[in-house]
Design a protein around this ligand. Structure first.
Ligand SMILES: *[C@@H]1O[C@H](CO)[C@@H](O)[C@H](O)[C@H]1NC(C)=O
Ligand SMILES: *[C@@H]1O[C@H](CO)[C@@H](O)[C@H](O)[C@H]1NC(C)=O
Ligand SMILES: *[C@@H]1O[C@H](CO)[C@@H](O)[C@H](O)[C@H]1NC(C)=O
Ligand SMILES: *[C@@H]1O[C@H](CO)[C@@H](O)[C@H](O)[C@H]1NC(C)=O
Ligand SMILES: *[C@@H]1O[C@H](CO)[C@@H](O)[C@H](O)[C@H]1NC(C)=O
Ligand SMILES: *[C@@H]1O[C@H](CO)[C@@H](O)[C@H](O)[C@H]1NC(C)=O
Ligand SMILES: *[C@@H]1O[C@H](CO)[C@@H](O)[C@H](O)[C@H]1NC(C)=O
Ligand SMILES: *[C@@H]1O[C@H](CO)[C@@H](O)[C@H](O)[C@H]1NC(C)=O
Ligand SMILES: *[C@@H]1O[C@H](CO)[C@@H](O)[C@H](O)[C@H]1NC(C)=O
Ligand SMILES: *[C@@H]1O[C@H](CO)[C@@H](O)[C@H](O)[C@H]1NC(C)=O
Ligand SMILES: *[C@@H]1O[C@H](CO)[C@@H](O)[C@H](O)[C@H]1NC(C)=O
Ligand SMILES: *[C@@H]1O[C@H](CO)[C@@H](O)[C@H](O)[C@H]1NC(C)=O
Length: 573
């Protein structure tokens, strides 16, 4: 009797499990956070209405450290930026090169608090200069209110990719990647997360990885009595991979997994390359998931303007054993929660288009960014006499700034959003009447101060008279097309429609015409996306206004209206 009951119980249980497994897999597409969203770290928080939260790196973009929230792992809404006020980290203004700024946040939820640990990196090239790495801890009790993210506390560490861990016994540790080749590797130390005060003991050298360059991006997970240490190796390019080691003791020794790497697309012909820098979390049903960065470049790694994006993959993690990651692909399936787009907050879903009119009383959407800190007075929505426009005052510096590297704290007038689609059209109407030589306003595809291209309206000397001219210019680490100069036809109205279109996988078109007369649009230049495929960041598209270093007085204001960004297709393989 008892055994019959048990048998039927087990039979019923198995049938239930099998049925729910069969019923529950759903097809989804990567990247889940398309565009410039590298180094993801994600958590699931039951206490906040079963919501997933992801943070990603922002480098020099400001506001920085976007937080996306989802209830179904497919629809991700931007709910705020952790770094949203210059006073949180004023030194961002003085960072050099696009490889500096905010690197690799780690987000965790503990004691009703969201914690975010990251590094503000300076590029002062002195290898053993500890001031190159400013390690910091932010916190909030309400991620939907971005102003509630704290001013961070700082802790000293000569490295980056720092990640917090709370042990069951109350011990709190910081794990990070020590930066210098003489003693590279994953280090750990106790810390008070509230104050940033480190424990008295020396840093513990946990693991150097399996021999790949740059062991980094560590996270610790405790499961079945094991401490699992997961790291990225091989550098963030084509040889990127994720490896693991484990120990019964948090301080080690850590034994490497015999089947490393646990996740990579290295040595494959996949379109999604550079897979690594992963994080792990469990959903409400106990399913494990991995997020990682990946670059849609194919193995030839020439055209990848959106840079490193966030991808999701299902993970099974048997008891007492290491996790198994499904390989990252453009189209995958897994036991996703049901579709649910009911997320609070002001921001857009990551794949939404823009139709922005700069109506009176509005402010910039959360996904708009600058490069380092803006001069707030350079941006006025619906200024008197200019309703439904954005008034842009020029910066002295252009998008290159000083030497393509730094700005020395000076602002650049640039307002942009991430390119989130392989194919897209971005356009604005521009009212701009430059009067002084070299004054310029227009639209740009911007990757770094050293990698950008723009179609601008610029005042150029033509036999001594200043002539409004459409100019295409590009800057890159590889040879760029020649500048294209095209005087504005005299019968075009003063308002221009300026457009950038990624019309195929490899090329952008830059076009202009009189506003409201689509039939008169002229393509001024075509340019390859390989010019903006480089480094750690991903492309932004937006508007700028600059004196190109010269000019007199405050220069001419530009008025931007009808800001539109429309995604027109993703390449997934
Ligand atoms: C659902 O997807 C997971 C992850 O890929 C896989 O392990 C599992 O076998 C799938 N289940 C079914 C019923 O296809
Ligand atoms: C490196 O940058 C930091 C932060 O600005 C600064 O404090 C430090 O003096 C710099 N070091 C050198 C050698 O430039
Ligand atoms: C940035 O570069 C400038 C010019 O080379 C230099 O003066 C400054 O010290 C650099 N700052 C950092 C933080 O490296
Ligand atoms: C950097 O520090 C290491 C020890 O941590 C030392 O061996 C090395 O010589 C130093 N390098 C420089 C350039 O100071
Ligand atoms: C958001 O947080 C800020 C800073 O803590 C606080 O002043 C403000 O009242 C909060 N806003 C809301 C709507 O809770
Ligand atoms: C990592 O490499 C350094 C330098 O070779 C070595 O001193 C250290 O012992 C290694 N760490 C571990 C945990 O093996
Ligand atoms: C890729 O291939 C190279 C050369 O055979 C090998 O050294 C490396 O370990 C491979 N990497 C991965 C992650 O399989
Ligand atoms: C510039 O002036 C010179 C001399 O007056 C003239 O020959 C030339 O055609 C002018 N160029 C343009 C573009 O007007
Ligand atoms: C502008 O002028 C050009 C030639 O000068 C002419 O072909 C074109 O039709 C005119 N466009 C408009 C809108 O009048
Ligand atoms: C995209 O268009 C450009 C310009 O017409 C062309 O040179 C290039 O080969 C095209 N790329 C692809 C992938 O079709
Ligand atoms: C940017 O401005 C500088 C002067 O500040 C100038 O030398 C440079 O040619 C301008 N243009 C570009 C594309 O950098
Ligand atoms: C230039 O800008 C400054 C600061 O906004 C302002 O005080 C000044 O009046 C402006 N000058 C002119 C000529 O508009």
């Amino acid at each position: 009797m008892v055994s019959a009951l048990l048998a039927s119980f087990f039979f019923g249980f198995n049938a239930f499990v099998a049925a729910s497994c069969l019923a529950s897999n759903t097809t989804y597409t990567n990247p889940i956070l398309p565009g410039f969203h590298p180094d993801p770290s994600c958590i699931f928080v039951k206490e906040w209405d079963n919501t997933f939260f992801c943070a990603s790196s922002s480098f020099e973009a400001f506001p920085g450290i976007p937080i996306h929230a989802s209830k179904d792992l497919q629809n991700w809404k931007l709910i705020g930026n952790v770094f949203n006020r210059p006073e949180q980290l004023p030194d961002l203004a003085f960072t050099n090169r696009s490889t500096s700024g905010i690197w690799a946040p780690a987000i965790r939820y503990h004691d009703d608090t969201f914690w975010l640990v990251t590094t503000l990196v300076f590029d002062n090239k002195t290898q053993n200069d500890s001031s190159r790495w400013d390690n910091i801890i932010f916190k909030t009790q309400n991620p939907y209110n971005q102003s509630s993210w704290s001013i961070p506390v700082h802790f000293p560490f000569e490295g980056y990719d720092t990640s917090p861990f709370w042990d069951d016994d109350g011990k709190t540790c910081m794990t990070g990647s020590h930066a210098y080749r003489v003693s590279f590797g994953i280090w750990q130390k106790t810390i008070d997360f509230e104050t940033g005060k480190l424990g008295p003991e020396p840093w513990i050298d946990l693991w150097n990885g399996t021999g790949g360059t740059a062991p980094e991006g560590p996270h610790i997970y405790k499961k079945d009595g094991w401490y699992y240490l997961m790291i990225a190796e091989g550098g963030t390019g084509l040889t990127h991979e994720e490896t693991m080691a484990r120990s019964r003791n948090i301080n080690g020794p850590y034994t490497p997994y015999s089947k490393n790497p646990v996740l990579t697309n290295a040595n494959t012909t996949q379109y999604f390359q550079t897979v690594g820098h992963a994080d792990l979390f469990q959903d409400a049903d106990g399913n494990w998931w991995g997020v990682a960065l990946s670059t849609r470049s194919g193995p030839n790694y020439i055209t990848y303007p959106m840079g490193r994006e966030t991808v999701l993959t299902p993970v099974s993690w048997p008891e007492d054993d290491y996790p198994n990651f499904d390989p990252v692909r453009g189209t995958q399936s897994g036991p996703l929660p049901p579709v649910n787009k009911n997320i609070s907050g002001q921001g857009q879903f990551v794949d939404d288009d823009d139709h922005i009119t700069f109506a009176p009383g509005t402010s910039f959407p959360l996904h708009f960014v600058h490069w380092r800190f803006p001069d707030p007075s350079a941006y006025v929505i619906s200024a008197p006499g200019h309703l439904n426009t954005l008034q842009l005052s020029p910066s002295l510096l252009n998008l290159t700034g000083h030497d393509g590297i730094y700005t020395g704290g000076e602002p650049q007038t640039l307002l942009a959003r991430r390119q989130t689609d392989t194919l897209f059209t971005f356009s604005v109407d521009l009212e701009f009447t430059p009067t002084t030589m070299n004054e310029e306003a227009g639209v740009t595809v911007f990757l770094t101060q050293d990698h950008h291209m723009e179609l601008g309206l610029v005042s150029l000397s033509n036999n001594g008279t200043s002539t409004p001219t459409l100019r295409f210019r590009a800057k890159s680490n590889i040879p760029v097309p020649q500048d294209v100069l095209s005087p504005v036809p005299a019968n075009w109205t003063s308002d221009l429609h300026m457009e950038i279109k990624a019309f195929n996988l490899t090329h952008y078109a830059f076009s202009a015409g009189p506003a409201g007369k689509m039939s008169l649009m002229e393509t001024i230049a075509y340019a390859p996306a390989s010019l903006v495929s480089y480094g750690f960041t991903g492309t932004l598209v937006g508007v700028y206004n600059t004196l190109n270093g010269g000019g007199q007085g405050n220069g001419t204001k530009a008025y931007i209206s009808n800001w539109n960004y429309q995604g027109q297709g993703q390449f997934l393989d």
